[in-house]
Design a protein around this ligand. Structure first.
Ligand code: GUN
Length: 310
C-alpha cells in the first residue's frame, strides 16, 4: 500500500525563504522533481519504460491553457513522454469519452488527465468516470477517492498530496495538531480533510465552508490552516493563532494595469498580514502550485512502475 508519506525525501535545507516565513514551494518542487527524474531514468534504463502522461484540454480557457502548458513542460523535463491533446470548445461529450477510451487502451499512456473545468455542455462526472482508475493520475475517479478514504492503494489527488508535503516541509509535525480546512471542494477541501485525519497523519480536522457563520472562531484554534475558498482575503491575521502554519491554495487574478499581463495573482489569505502571526505561510504564486504539478509527475511515475510490476 502506498502511504501518504511516499518515499520522496524532503531535504530540510530547503525550508523557509529568508526571514520571511514563506514556505518555498518552488524549491521543494525542484528538489522532488530531481528525485522523480532520477527514478524515471532508472525505469527507462532497467525496464525500457518511459512513463507517458496524456493531458487533454478542451477549449481555450486562459488559466487552463497556462496550467496545462506548465504540466506538459514539467513532464518533459522529468524525462517522461507528454501526449498533448487539444480539442475544440465544441467537442461533444461522446467524442471526448471516445478519446479517453482509446487512451485507456494505449500501453504507452500510463496517466490521463482531463483539465477542468470543462465546457458547460460536457458532464465532468461522466468524463472523469470514463478514465481507467489505474491511469487516473489526478486521483479524481470515485474508485481512487473511495480507496483513499479506506486507506487502500490509490492515486492521491495532487493538490492535497502536495499540501501534506508542504506542511511537513515547514517543519511542523502534523500528528496531534488541529487542522482547519476552509473549503469543501472535491479537488481540494474534501480530500485534504480526509488525508489530514488519516492515521498516518493523525491530525484533528475541522472543515469550514460557506455555511460556517464565523470561520475565525475555528481558525483561531488551529495549528494548521488550509485555505481553499477561491476568494481573496478570506483569511486575515486576526483569524490566526500565533505560530500557525498557513497553506494558501487560492489562485485569484486581480486586475493590475502596472503588470505586463494586466493582472496579478493573489491567494485566499492576506499573505503579508498573516505572515506577521503565522510561523510559516505559502506564497502565491510559488507555494502550492508547483507542488500540485510535482505530485502529478509522482503519480504518473507510480502508474508506470505499477504497470511494469504486473
Ligand atoms: N483544474 C484545476 N485544478 C485541477 C487539477 O488538479 N486537475 C485537473 N484535471 N483539472 C484541474
Amino acid at each position: 500500500m502506498r502511504k501518504v508519506n511516499s518515499s520522496l525525501k524532503i531535504n530540510p535545507e530547503f525550508g523557509i525563504i529568508g526571514g520571511m516565513k514563506m514556505i518555498d514551494g518552488k524549491k521543494l518542487a525542484e528538489n522532488l522533481r530531481a528525485e522523480i527524474a532520477a527514478k524515471v531514468a532508472v525505469l527507462k534504463e532497467t525496464r525500457n519504460i518511459t512513463p507517458g502522461l496524456a493531458v487533454i484540454l478542451v477549449g481555450e480557457n486562459p488559466a487552463s491553457v497556462s496550467y496545462v502548458t506548465a504540466k506538459e513542460k514539467a513532464c518533459k523535463e522529468a524525462g517522461m513522454n507528454s501526449i498533448e491533446i487539444r480539442l475544440e470548445e465544441s467537442t461533444t461529450e461522446e467524442e471526448l469519452i471516445k478519446r479517453i477510451h482509446d487512451l485507456n487502451k494505449d500501453d504507452a499512456v500510463h496517466g490521463i488527465l482531463v483539465q477542468l473545468p470543462l465546457p458547460r455542455h460536457i458532464s465532468e462526472k461522466a468524463v472523469i468516470e470514463a478514465i481507467a482508475p489505474g491511469k487516473d493520475v489526478d486521483g479524481f475517479t470515485p474508485v481512487n477517492i473511495g480507496r483513499m478514504m479506506i486507506g487502500e492503494e490509490c492515486f492521491i489527488p495532487c493538490t492535497p498530496h502536495g499540501i501534506i508535503k508542504l506542511i511537513e516541509f515547514s517543519g511542523m509535525d502534523i500528528a496531534g495538531k488541529h487542522a482547519v480546512v476552509i473549503g469543501r471542494s472535491n479537488i481540494v477541501g474534501k480530500p485534504i480533510a480526509a488525508l489530514l485525519a488519516r492515521k498516518e497523519t493523525n491530525a484533528t480536522v475541522t472543515v469550514c465552508h460557506t455555511g460556517t457563520p464565523d470561520i475565525g472562531v475555528y481558525t483561531r484554534q488551529a495549528d494548521i490552516v488550509v485555505v481553499a475558498a477561491g476568494r481573496p482575503n478570506t483569511l486575515r491575521a486576526d483569524m490566526l493563532k500565533p505560530g500557525a502554519v498557513v497553506i494558501d491554495v487560492g489562485v485569484n487574478r486581480i486586475p493590475d494595469p502596472s503588470k505586463p499581463k494586466g493582472y496579478r495573482l493573489v491567494g485566499d489569505a492576506d499573505t503579508e498580514e498573516c505572515a506577521q502571526v503565522a510561523s510559516a505561510i505559502t506564497p502565491v504564486p510559488g507555494g502550492v502550485g508547483p507542488m500540485t504539478i510535482t505530485m502529478l509527475l509522482w503519480n504518473t511515475l507510480q502508474a508506470a512502475e505499477r504497470k511494469q510490476a504486473k
